[in-house]
Ligand binder design. Structure first.
Ligand SMILES: *Cc1c(COP(=O)(O)O)cnc(C)c1O
Length: 388
């Protein structure tokens, strides 16, 4: 049992490998039929009308904000308990970033704090143009309430669902964009399903779909309906807006389509792992992840809490026993870059307290029962040793 157990990893089957090899033998390596097929399957799975697959979720967030015309002078609000990219994408657009503290139960953006901050911002004329809820660990935020606030205060919503493909909210799939303009998924190997690097945007808005496709590919189009002039012939294309090369390959999308067929199985397995953890962890000093009733998490993460004075020792003990526990996330506002923009320790006490106590246990499809017994045994030994 000395093999290193990571906190997350991909699960690649022979079928996944065959799907990739088939593309390598075909005529298309980059944008081809597998991109279309993957986008189609993703939009069917998420029940959103349009899907745009891109090279990673950071690129997806960037063009999501651009398509919503976020720029200089605009404010984007998000949770401090997220990966850097959620906020960085706003900086890339020239916008300013602000944070809303998290709920100390779900570790998601606190809707109460959001409402309070909106009331204040309205008085001072500093309302955000965009709010980005992050479905931390795979548990959806309370999107219905956030959407209600967006109607009152007039902001757009992008769901950063990098953790949450395969999860449900109010019995409907995360990604259906019922309560948002755009939803973003990540297919990085530590996430729920993978395309190696990759991401996708879901939306129900045709105008956003058109804009996002242009942004993905240099702002260029061969679609006569999007052109300003008459086509000059079969070779003709136009650049009608600014854009990037954020394309994903056919090779990656073949892997993605194959993984997507296995997604429901992955989620069931992650739930079985979570159930097993909750039975194996009997030490009442350890706080298990709380789950809202109307949410079915995708369980990207399994974050537990321990006393903050003992967290480092427990973490080190587990790492020294070949258990690749992790800490997610260091709050964004205390990163040196964001501190230089004026944030400081103390700004978001719930996110800071959560950060000081959290340890993400191994959670991935393929984690075995003996491995979980080993992890929880070492964890409870460490808590007994350092946690009192
Ligand atoms: C992983 C992640 C991203 C970025 O995803 P990439 O595909 O690696 O660019 C963005 N937001 C969150 C919350 C993430 O976990």
């Amino acid at each position: 049992m000395n093999d290193f157990i990571p906190y997350g990893r991909q699960n690649i089957s022979d079928g996944d490998i065959d799907a990739v090899v088939q593309v390598l033998k075909s005529d298309w390596l980059t944008t081809g039929p597998n991109v279309d097929e993957f986008e189609h399957s993703l939009s069917q799975h998420s029940q959103a009308k349009y899907c745009i697959a891109v090279c990673n979720a950071t690129a997806a967030l960037h063009i999501a904000y651009m398509a919503l015309e976020i720029g200089k002078g605009d404010a984007v609000w998000t949770s401090p308990n997220t990966f850097l990219a959620t906020a960085n994408a706003a900086i890339m657009c020239g916008a300013s970033v602000d944070f809303v503290d998290i709920c100390s139960k779900t570790y998601n953006i606190s809707v109460e704090s959001l409402e309070k901050k909106l009331i204040e911002a309205k008085k001072t004329g500093t309302l955000p143009k965009l709010v980005v809820p992050v479905h931390f660990g795979g548990q959806s935020c309370d999107m219905q309430k956030i959407a209600k606030l967006s109607q009152i205060y007039g902001f757009k919503i992008v769901e950063d669902a990098s953790h949450a493909i395969g999860g449900d909210y109010q019995g409907e799939p995360v990604g259906n964009c019922q309560y948002s303009d755009i939803t973003v998924f990540s297919f990085h190997p530590v996430k729920i399903m993978t395309t190696a690097e990759g991401g996708a945007l879901l939306t129900n808005d045709k105008g956003l779909n058109d804009k996002l496709r242009l942004l993905r590919t240099h702002g260029m189009t061969r679609d006569s309906q999007l052109m300003e002039n008459e086509s000059e012939g079969g070779w003709y294309y136009e650049m009608v807006s600014m854009g990037y090369n954020y394309r994903i390959t056919d090779i990656q999308c073949a892997l993605g389509s194959s993984q997507l067929k296995r997604l429901n199985g992955f989620i069931d397995e992650r739930h079985a792992i979570a159930d097993r953890y909750s039975k194996l962890i009997t030490d009442s000093k350890i706080t298990l992840p709380f789950q809202n009733n109307d949410v079915r998490s995708s369980f990207h993460l399994y974050p537990i809490l321990v006393e903050s004075y003992s967290r480092k020792q427990i973490f080190d003990y587990l790492r020294n026993n070949s258990i690749g526990v992790n800490v997610l996330y260091i709050p964004l506002h205390i990163q040196p870059y964001y501190k230089k923009l004026g944030f400081e320790l103390g700004n978001y006490p719930n996110a800071e307290k959560y950060y000081s106590q959290t340890i993400a246990l191994p959670m991935y499809s393929g984690l075995s029962q003996p491995q979980q017994i080993y992890v929880t045994d070492k964890l409870q030994k460490a808590v007994a040793k350092y946690g009192q």
